[in-house]
Design a protein around this ligand. Structure first.
Ligand code: NDP
Length: 298
């Protein structure tokens, strides 16, 4: 693949056709021959029928030169990789788009390296809307030259691809980013519910905040679209956000950073997870803020 154009990459494989993976793999299949595998095989069969990908048993992904995974957790990726590592050909690149854990991914990179397979941690941001539009931001950790070789493949679903450091750095950036999302979401919820109780409608408060310095992605998009409407559509579960914030806690520990605000957010998400369960949308965490305050944000 060295010195190749995107068209020279014969085959890609995509593992994990969930809320993010299905649209990402659809973009990949539109650009090149793409094998798909999903733990629940009916999902892969449906993807092949709808998007022209080819559903295969797990061992058949060894045909691909570039393997992209987007599973729930690093432990899932490690488990799948353990099953196929011995079948993979030297020179294969494994791009893990899961929002995962730095240290076990470094171990996985070493194990794959023993088979001549290069590993990049390459989590994504942009949500399901970005996955469907093919405009995700990819934050990649690993060998910069390897990233350049697979950049044309990832461009099928990415609007921006940033090399952020060695293996594990992509996961670290993603975990901190999502902890900032959780902090902004929770803080905005606390502020808005207090304003509602002070007699200011949430939409009025948001009109001002979104033209002022307190604005954030939650105030501009998530709260108007999901909380004020009372819709709370499930696109990114609370369980997955709590997982990311837990990973960030490990990043803070490894850095020896006190980070009291971010650690407090991790505690709050643990409570929200206990009260609301893992399957609600992450934005539903504000239902707990509302319950504690005794008013809805509307
Ligand atoms: P989903 O729950 O929709 O999909 C999870 C996928 O992982 C499914 O294909 C599932 O297979 C597979 N899977 C789970 N456990 C295993 C396992 N043990 N072995 C094999 N396959 C497994 O999650 P999302 O698509 O929302 O998220 C995927 C990743 O992307 C997560 O790391 C998440 O944090 C991250 N992410 C999510 C965003 C979002 O907005 N949803 C945004 C950015 C990143 P099966 O169909 O069999 O259950």
């Amino acid at each position: 693949m060295s010195g190749s154009t995107s068209r020279d990459v014969a085959t890609a494989a995509f593992l994990g056709l969930g809320a993010m993976g299905a649209p990402m793999a659809a973009h990949l299949a539109a650009a090149r021959p793409t094998l798909v595998w999903n733990r629940t095989s009916s999902v892969a069969e449906a993807h092949a029928a709808s998007h022209g990908s080819r559903d295969v048993p797990l061992d058949a992904i060894a045909e691909a030169e570039v393997i992209v995974s987007c599973l729930s957790r690093t432990v899932d990726v490690v488990d799948v990789a353990r099953q196929v590592a011995g079948d993979l050909r030297p020179g294969t690149v494994w791009v893990d788009c899961t929002s995962g854990e730095p240290e076990p991914s470094r171990v996985l990179a070493t194990r794959l390296g023993e088979h001549g397979v290069a590993y990049l941690d390459a989590p994504v941001s942009g949500g399901t809307a970005g996955a469907e539009a093919g405009t995700l931001t990819v934050m990649a950790g690993g060998d910069a030259d390897v990233l350049e070789r697979v950049r044309p493949v990832l461009a099928a679903f990415a609007g921006r691809i940033v090399h952020v450091g060695p293996v594990g750095a992509g996961h670290a950036v993603k975990a901190v980013n999502n902890t900032l999302l959780a902090a902004n979401l929770w803080a905005a919820g606390e502020g808005l519910v207090a304003l509602v109780r002070a007699g200011v409608p949430a939409t009025t408060a948001l009109e001002v905040i979104n033209a002022s310095s307190g604005r954030s992605f939650p105030t501009e998009v998530l709260i108007p679209e999901r909380v004020v409407t009372r819709e709370f559509p499930v696109t990114f579960t609370l369980g997955l956000l709590a997982k990311d914030v837990g990973i960030a806690r490990g990043v803070l520990d490894a850095a020896g950073s006190p980070a009291p605000v971010l650690r407090q957010v991790a505690e709050l998400l643990t409570v929200a997870l206990r009260e609301l369960g893992p399957d609600v949308d992450h934005v539903a965490a504000l239902q707990l803020v509302e319950r504690w305050a005794g008013s809805e944000i509307r």
